[in-house]
Design a binder for this molecule. Structure first.
Ligand code: GLU
Length: 290
């Protein structure tokens, strides 16, 4: 009797260590999104659901996705709404969410070392990052582009950036991409509003980031006219970041995201925040159970 129980525990441990357990734990219909009473006893979901609050990393300076508007105490945006959907999937109400500002510079570390329980922060799923954290999703696909002052007529795309000053946010995919592929002079800052300030002062010639992030900055700064130039230079699938060893949570979030794609909640978030720049959505992402 004792021996077989030991064997059962060992098998569960082995599955957890190899990462198989996550999928097995949540793929069955027995685990119901939004109903903690169905969460397996030893799962990350059950452990989180026991708590009084959940800590979620989002951006605080990205109009449309995660933005702390003047005087507000909670951020708003598409990412924020996706985060609320996922908090609800674990049984948390909105007022049980502790919002934590996670800039690109330190986002990976915040997820990896558990300073947030998960993050929804325009964070691109990349192979390098997948070695350090897990990603659910994607829940959105963006692409990098360049932004310049509207008065600029020299820069029509990345090939024109040779010897020019380019604002990048440290830790972002745009910073890496330009460092590897172009000989622009990189000016690294910690947030996107800094790039707008530098463009406004004429201290940089362009800024690089995801097209939707840049579009949000253009909308949020009507007093300074800026424009996107060139075509998209990358594909940026946004994922929900979780600790690498929390594979069960990653699969559970994939299930919750898929349900939100199917039941219209994801589309409602799009219509609320993104329709002004992207129009009615024409695609629904598919979660990728790597
Ligand atoms: N999606 C890009 C990334 O994950 C840019 C996002 C950002 O810097 O906030 O690096």
């Amino acid at each position: 009797m004792k021996k077989s129980r030991f064997l059962a525990i060992s098998l569960a441990t082995l599955l957890a260590l190899t990462g198989c357990a996550g999928q097995d734990l949540v793929s069955s219909d027995d685990v119901v999104v939004g109903d903690p009473s169905t969460f397996p006893e030893d799962s990350t979901m059950a452990a989180l659901a026991e708590r009084d609050s959940i800590r979620i990393g989002v951006k605080f300076d990205q109009p449309l996705f995660g933005d702390l508007l003047d005087g507000a105490s909670v951020p708003v945006g598409f990412d924020v709404d996706i985060a609320k959907i996922l908090a609800k999937s674990l049984g948390f109400s909105e007022n049980q969410i502790e919002w934590i500002s996670t800039a690109s510079t330190d986002l990976l570390g915040y997820i990896k070392y558990g300073k947030v329980d998960f993050a929804v922060a325009t964070f691109t799923i990349t192979e390098d990052r997948k070695r350090e954290i897990g990603f659910a999703g994607p829940y959105f696909i963006a692409g990098q582009q360049l932004m310049v002052a509207s008065s600029n007529t020299d820069i029509a795309g990345p090939d024109d950036m040779s010897g020019k000053r380019l604002c990048v946010v440290s830790g972002s995919t745009g910073a890496d991409y330009f460092a590897e592929n172009y000989d622009a002079i990189l000016v690294a800052v910690s947030g996107y509003s800094d790039c707008v300030d530098l463009l406004r002062q004429g201290s940089v010639d362009a800024a690089v980031s995801d097209n939707v992030i840049l579009s949000g900055l253009i909308l949020a700064n009507p007093d300074f006219s800026m424009k996107l130039v060139g075509s998209k230079i990358s594909e940026e699938p946004y994922g929900v970041g979780v600790m690498l060893e929390r594979n069960d949570l990653r699969h559970f979030f994939n299930k919750a995201l898929q349900e939100s794609f199917d039941d219209g909640e994801w589309k409602a978030a799009w219509d609320e925040h993104l329709v002004s720049i992207l129009g009615t959505n024409t695609f629904i992402p598919q979660v990728d159970d790597y």
